[in-house]
Design a protein around this ligand. Structure first.
Ligand SMILES: CC(C)(COP(=O)(O)OP(=O)(O)OC[C@H]1O[C@@H](n2cnc3c(N)ncnc32)[C@H](O)[C@@H]1OP(=O)(O)O)[C@@H](O)C(=O)NCCC(=O)NCCS
Length: 160
């Protein structure tokens, strides 16, 4: 005779919510904390604060379970927007959040009839270049000695 052992297992379902929020100046320290962790030459607090006062600059946050996980800063012109900076905190990278921020940007741009996204990225930032190219950006130019350390920039473009 054999006995079956039944173990009741509790399945714990963790709900992870993703949301977007337009940043306000009180978010600047949280943005700065990520900025300083992911960039060798991070924006200063003043540069971040200045972007809040420019009506053509948009600072969008991505939240994971209410926590700021990343941000995207864009500058709109008449018929294109320039990505000034985009970052995801290291512990949230490679989980699709960067793509979600770009999806969210596209939705906003469609509403204001902007069909082109441009950006400059350091030639050494191969992870970001892979990320943008995977998303569909094309390389359109290289600007020599674009950065203060004389590093070249790649110019990428996406038509939406
Ligand atoms: C670049 C960055 C924003 C990507 O954000 P992310 O949330 O990690 O990216 P995702 O998870 O949405 O990745 C989407 C795709 O991009 C590519 N990718 C992302 N990170 C990559 C890496 N480190 N190396 C190579 N490819 C990468 C992959 O193809 C990935 O698709 P997969 O998961 O199917 O392989 C993030 O790595 C980051 O904040 N880096 C530091 C700041 C920075 O360099 N910003 C860009 C300068 S403007």
């Amino acid at each position: 005779m054999s006995w079956g052992i039944f173990t009741k297992t509790k399945r714990v379902i963790k709900l992870i919510s993703i949301s977007f929020k337009k940043a306000i100046s009180q978010d600047v320290d949280a943005i700065l904390a990520i900025e300083e962790r992911v960039f060798f030459t991070p924006w200063s607090q003043q540069k971040l604060l200045d972007s809040f006062s420019n009506p053509n600059t948009h600072v969008q946050l991505i939240l994971r379970s209410e926590q700021i996980a990343g941000y995207l800063i864009t500058l709109d012109s008449l018929d294109f927007t320039d990505i000034l900076t985009l970052a995801i905190a290291p512990e949230f990278q490679q989980q699709g959040l960067g793509c979600k921020l770009l999806d969210d940007l596209q939705q906003r741009l469609k509403l204001c009839n902007i069909q082109t996204i441009l950006l400059e990225v350091r030639v050494s930032n191969t992870a970001a270049i892979c990320f943008y190219q995977k998303y569909g950006f094309e390389l359109i130019d290289t600007r020599e000695k674009y950065y203060s350390n004389l590093e070249d920039a790649k110019i990428l473009r996406l038509h939406i």
